[in-house]
Design a protein around this ligand. Sequence first.
Ligand code: NAP
Length: 460
Amino acid sequence: MTYQSLSPFDGKLIKGFSDITEGEYESKVAKAQACYETWRKTSYAHRATIIAKAAELLHQQAYAFARTMTLEMGKRISEARGEVEFSSRILAYYAKNAERFLAPVRLDPDKGKAHMESSPIGVIFAVEPWNFPYYQLARVAGPHLMAGNTLVVKHAGIVPQCALAFEQLLIDAGAPEGLYTNLFISHEQSNHLVDDPRIKGVCLTGSVAAGRSIAARAGNALKPSSMELGGSDAFIVLEDADLDLTIPWAVWGRMYNTGQTCCAAKRFIVVEAVADEFIKRFTTALSALEAGDPLDEATTLGPLSSEAALVQLLGQVKDAVAKGATLLLGGKRIDRPGSYMEPSILTDITPDNPAFRDEFFGPVAMFFRVRDEAAAIALANDSDFGLGGSVWTKDHDRGHRVASAVETGMMFINNIDWSDPELPFGGIKDSGYGRELGDMGIQQFVNKKLVRSVHEKAPA
Ligand code: NAP
């Protein structure tokens, strides 16, 4: 059974779901295609009524949605509520702004008149991860449904109840049958779906391996795709950083969602002059986190999403140490039921250690000392990933200079509050391509059509 809710708090099975049959699969994809034929002709105002209603319902039922997420993948309840509210804001944002983003754009050719029109392209297939079970869905549903496309979605195997809850949300908001369809499908069926001529675009958020596989398939079928993949973001601390501000953000940046965030701060690159002070305070702050029930508001350290995730991360840390890294803190599973791991810090990670290029998807920070700003930038850029990053300094101009020099899709100065509905999100290099959210996010799967009129004599 691919789709199972297993509690990461105590390891117990909550509920299992069967993969869909070939007949159900065919029927659901056919309905998504049929829905597209009518949905594409609806007005923005009509679409906005449904998407805005979904936003409102999410907000009204925030605790119930959050609780399902916490039970399935272990996100602490306060963070889960925050994610639900954020997802609601994303839907509301596109309900409000889609028509403006996709309005015809006048061009100025030398001869005649011209404009670009934006029109929907068809059924879009989205593959999504478990670490933000609703936010990831809102990030595709808001823009692509408002653009006039329909969606079929393969959510991660460990969050089936969230997947169904989001589908039901759209139904409750008045979505016609086939507008948004959850599919409990296997990887093999996902491949067939990418090839299916009814699918006109593919987006995936997940690991580099999944991205390579689905992007290659989409490329072979000549379908547009966008890929939001992993990251190993640098957190650059310069010698003039305000450590009272920097340390709490360092903890938040590494530990939010128990460290299971694509754009979490993963490599702490600290200039020598403040390195001792930084690591002392960072270690103390991480050590103070206490494991507990993620449904308890007082808990400061939740479990990892699954036993498999924990085992993989423990193995990565062990391997890093075997290849020469030093463990400054943690490194072990916490002695209690559930998939809990100690907050951990690795240092002395040399470029020949595989850990140097790895993504640690959990509460493991990599700490590097560097001579100066130039060395910090060079180290930040010595990565296969290019998602985000941050720089900490009291000097505003310096912050901007470093932000410009780091090769990623997003950089933050004295802040690490990664995502807002109105700001584009995405990376370069192995972190993928394309952008979600903001104006850019709705432009990914629309036909940009040139329309030109010129009054000239007929060619001789
Ligand atoms: P994952 O294993 O790649 O899974 C993500 C999704 O892809 C799941 O629905 C998974 O389905 C599916 N999948 C995996 N391999 C597939 C294949 N060969 N064919 C079809 N579908 C496939 O990633 P994860 O471990 O769940 O998520 C963590 C990764 O996602 C991290 O690397 C993280 O950095 C990245 N991420 C990136 C962003 C971003 O915006 N850049 C945001 C969040 C997470 P199953 O669950 O059924 O295997």
